[in-house]
Design a binder for this molecule. Structure first.
Ligand SMILES: [Mg+2]
Length: 278
């Protein structure tokens, strides 16, 4: 369904989230907590958004997370949060958690990443506005500044064609970026793994709230548990997936702008904090 047709969160949704015994609040960064910019290194969250997440992270039985396609170092810079602070930072679409170290690449993956990098740099060098982002496990071809949108699509298609020549490639089409990773971790697989690890460690199930605005977020939005659990009575309420802005999505709810996400997080913090004071 298109995200713009989804319902907003109701008062009951918010109260339910506030009262959830064990809650993961996982947020994408760009387009979700922050507006886009032609200068990605200068992007920061809308005022108050990170503070609300930090507040949530301090509450008992509450995990606050920012999970982004940015590499971990850039994510720490953009969020202005410490890498090992109360808010969990997870970079490279889940492949670079702050507490986990980067996935070890095989020699074949390393070699292919090198080839992808030089090929992508070759494409970008031919066209003004195109630039290459090199990540620990991927390369991204950014075309936001290429004024001819048809040309931008062609550049991305050239990279996609090259990537398709190896089964080590995992291609993701985002907004004005084509990314090719050599590791198959997604935001969805990371959150699933995190949920399992939490259950093992605490012997309780997490309920997941996730918000994102782009294709890569659908890996998470499409794997959340939206149906009431069939079995144990102790299972948490269904997850909540939020699409920020329009676009085809598996989410259950929508918020329209990063400011709306910030207001929602502040409201959730107030209510959940009130609960823990009871
Ligand atoms: Mg985003």
């Amino acid at each position: 369904m298109d995200g713009s047709l989804l319902p907003l969160l109701s008062d009951a949704d918010l109260s339910g989230l506030a009262a959830t015994p064990d809650l993961l609040v996982a947020m994408d960064f760009d387009g979700t907590l922050a507006h886009f910019s032609d200068e990605p290194t200068g992007v920061h969250a809308v005022p108050g958004a990170m503070e609300a997440l930090e507040g949530l992270a301090e509450l008992p039985n509450t995990v606050a997370m920012v999970i982004s396609g940015r590499n971990l170092e850039q994510l720490a810079h953009a969020t202005m949060l410490p890498v090992h602070g109360p808010v969990r930072l997870v970079g490279s679409h889940g492949a670079e958690p702050a507490d986990g170290g980067t996935a070890n690449l095989s020699p074949e993956q390393q070699a292919w990443l090198g080839e992808l990098r030089s090929h992508t740099e070759g494409i970008a060098a031919e066209h003004e506005g195109a630039w290459v982002e090199v990540k620990p496990l991927a390369v991204g071809l950014h075309t936001r500044l290429v004024s001819d949108k048809e040309l931008a699509a062609q550049l991305n298609q050239r990279l996609a064609n090259f990537a398709a020549t190896s089964e080590l490639s995992h291609v993701t089409w985002g907004k004005d970026i084509l990314e090719v990773a050599v590791d198959k971790t997604t935001k969805g697989s990371y959150i699933e793994d995190f949920r399992r690890a939490y259950a093992r460690q605490h012997d309780r199930e997490l309920r997941v709230l996730f918000a994102g605005d782009d294709t890569t977020d659908e890996t998470a939005l499409s794997t959340l548990r939206y149906s009431p659990a069939i079995a144990p009575a102790t299972a948490p309420a269904p997850d909540i997936g939020i699409r920020v802005g329009g676009g085809e999505t598996s989410a259950t709810h929508r918020l329209d702008t990063p400011e709306d996400v910030r207001d929602f997080l502040q409201d959730l913090l107030r209510r959940r904090d009130g609960r823990s004071a009871d």
